[in-house]
Design a protein around this ligand. Structure first.
Ligand code: SF4
Ligand code: SF4
Length: 459
C-alpha cells in the first residue's frame, strides 16, 4: 500500500513538472484548431463598461462570458435563499457582461432553479444563457415519468421556453450502467435528443465525475447523441490530481482533468469548467503558497490565479463559479475583464503551487453538498472544511505524541472545532451507515475521513 502510495505521489510530482509546458503549449494552439474563439466583448452587450472576455461556441455561435455564474451557493440565511441578494448579484453580473447562469433541480434543496428564474426573468431573455440539468440521482426518479417531470419542472421554475445548455447531471461515477439506467433504458436520451431537434434544448451535454475509461465510453456515444458540450472539473491542482485522490483518500475516482480536456478538444467539443477553485480551496491556499502568488502579482486576489489559469485554455467555453458574496462576484469578473492569459513563468509558479498544495493531506471535498442530508445530522462538508483549514494552518497532522507542541496543537484543533460545529452536526455523530458514499462525486470515503476527525478529538 505504502509503495503504491509513493509511486502515485512520484507520478503526481513528475506530472506537475510537466504542467507548465503542457499548459503553455495548449494555450498557444492556433485558434483554428480549437472550438471556441476568444472575443473581448459581446456585441450584444450595450454596456461600455463591459470588458469581459467571451468565447464563441462554434456549434451555435453563442458568445459566452468566460465567467459563468454557478447558482449552487447562493446567499442564504439558515438555508433560506435571500432572493433580494440573488437579484442584486444577477443584476451586477449581467451589467458586467456575465451571461451564463448554471443551476440544477437539486441545488439548494430544489430552490435554486426558482430563485434563478425569478432573478433572470427581470432581464431581457437575449442577454443570458441558462443551463440546468437532469438531476435524477435518486432511483425513484429513474422512471421515464419522473425524469420527464423533472425536465418540464425546470422550464416552469426557470420561467423560460428554451434551455440553452442542458446536462445529464453528474455521470460517470458509477460506470456506464448508470447512463443506461438513468437515461437510456427509460427512453430519456431519445426524448432529450428530440427536444433538442424541436429547439427546446439548444445544447445537450453532461457533467462528468468518473474515470478516464468510462469517459471514453461516454464519448464513443458522440456519434449517436452528439454531445454539444461537456462539463468537467478542472483547476491547476486537479490537472494532475487523480493520484492524490486515489492515494490519500482511498477513493476510486481517477478523473484526469488534463486527459478529459485534451480529449474533448481533439473532438471539437467545448468544455465548461466546474470547480475552478476546487470548492473554494484555491481561494484560500496555504500561507506559503499565498505568499508566492502575492509576491508575483500583489494586487491580484489568490482566486484570480485559478480563474486566469482555467481561462487560458482556449477550448474552455466558460468557467463556473458558485458565488455567495458580491465581493467574490466582483473579483471573479475582474479576473476575466479582460482575461490576461497566464505566461510561461506564471504557469511554472502555479505548477510549484500545485506541488505544495498536493503535499498537504487535505480532503478533496469541493463543498458541493451532494452527500447531504446525513440521516444522523452530520454536516459532512462543514466538518471537512474545518479539517482542511487546520491542515493549511499546520495545526494538523499532529506531531508525534512526544513532541513539545503536541498537546497545544491538539487543543487548538479541538477548541476551534467545538466553536465551529454544533454538537449535533459534528463528525462524532457518524454511524457509518454508508448512505452518503455513493453520492460523493469525489469518491471520498466519507465515514473513514470523519473517523480521522474523531481520532484527533480523542487525542
Ligand atoms: S456514513 Fe456517516 S456521514 Fe455518511 S450518511 Fe451515514 S452517518 Fe451520515
Ligand atoms: S464530501 Fe463529497 S459530496 Fe460531500 S460536499 Fe464534499 S465533495 Fe461534495
Amino acid at each position: 500500500m505504502e509503495e503504491k502510495k509513493n509511486i502515485n505521489r512520484r507520478e503526481f510530482l513528475k506530472r506537475l513538472t510537466m504542467v507548465s509546458g503542457a499548459a503553455a503549449a495548449t494555450m498557444f494552439l492556433d485558434p483554428v484548431t480549437s472550438v471556441a474563439k476568444t472575443v473581448m466583448s459581446d456585441p450584444k452587450q450595450d454596456n461600455t463598461d463591459n470588458k469581459m472576455t467571451y468565447r464563441v461556441n462554434r456549434n451555435t455561435n453563442d458568445s459566452v462570458s468566460l465567467l459563468g455564474f454557478g447558482m449552487m451557493r447562493l446567499p442564504n440565511e439558515n438555508k433560506i435563499i435571500n432572493q433580494n441578494a440573488v437579484n442584486r448579484m444577477v443584476d451586477y453580473a449581467i451589467a458586467h457582461g456575465v451571461n451564463y447562469f448554471d443551476t440544477a433541480p437539486v441545488y439548494h434543496g430544489g430552490k435554486s432553479e426558482t430563485a434563478t428564474g425569478i432573478a433572470l426573468k427581470r432581464h431581457d431573455r437575449k442577454k443570458f444563457f441558462v443551463a440546468t440539468k437532469l438531476s435524477n440521482f435518486d432511483k425513484k426518479t429513474w422512471t421515464r415519468e419522473a425524469s420527464e417531470k423533472m425536465y418540464h419542472d425546470s422550464f416552469k421554475n426557470l420561467q423560460v421556453d428554451v434551455i440553452d445548455y442542458y446536462l445529464l447531471h453528474s455521470i460517470g461515477g458509477n460506470g456506464t450502467n448508470e447512463l443506461n439506467e438513468r437515461f437510456v433504458d427509460n427512453g430519456m436520451m431519445d426524448f432529450l435528443v428530440n427536444e433538442r431537434k424541436a429547439g427546446r434544448i439548444r445544447n445537450l451535454g453532461f457533467s462528468y465525475h468518473g474515470d478516464v475509461k468510462v469517459f471514453d465510453q461516454f464519448l464513443s456515444m458522440h456519434k449517436k447523441y452528439h454531445w454539444d458540450f461537456v462539463q468537467i472539473q478542472m483547476n491547476y491542482v486537479d490537472w494532475r490530481h487523480a493520484s492524490i485522490t486515489k492515494n490519500d483518500w482511498g477513493g476510486d475516482a481517477d478523473g484526469d482533468a488534463e486527459y478529459l480536456y485534451n480529449k474533448l478538444t481533439k473532438m471539437n467539443i467545448p468544455v465548461v469548467i466546474m470547480e475552478p477553485l476546487r470548492g473554494g480551496r484555491l481561494a484560500n491556499v496555504p500561507q506559503d503558497v499565498a505568499q508566492d502568488l502575492k509576491q508575483r502579482r500583489p494586487n491580484d486576489s489568490i482566486a484570480s490565479w485559478a480563474f486566469r489559469w482555467c481561462g487560458s485554455y482556449p477550448n474552455v467555453l466558460t468557467a463556473l463559479s458558485g458565488m455567495s458574496k458580491m465581493e467574490d462576484l466582483q473579483d471573479n469578473i475582474k479576473s476575466y475583464s479582460p482575461l490576461e492569459p497566464c505566461t510561461d513563468s506564471e504557469n511554472a509558479l502555479l505548477a510549484a503551487a500545485a506541488d505544495k498544495i498536493g503535499g498537504y493531506p487535505t480532503i478533496p471535498c469541493t463543498q458541493c453538498n451532494y452527500c447531504m442530508p446525513c440521516p444522523f445530522g452530520v454536516e459532512i462538508p462543514k466538518n471537512f472544511a474545518y479539517y482542511n483549514e487546520q491542515i493549511d494552518k499546520r495545526i494538523i497532522p499532529l506531531p508525534d505524541k512526544s513532541a513539545k507542541d503536541y498537546a497545544e496543537r491538539a487543543d487548538l484543533f479541538k477548541d476551534g472545532f467545538h466553536k465551529t460545529l454544533k454538537l449535533e452536526e459534528d463528525a462524532t455523530k457518524c454511524r457509518d451507515c454508508g448512505i452518503c458514499l455513493s453520492k460523493c462525486p469525489q469518491k471520498i470515503r466519507i465515514p473513514n475521513q470523519l473517523q480521522r476527525i474523531k481520532e484527533i478529538l480523542n487525542a
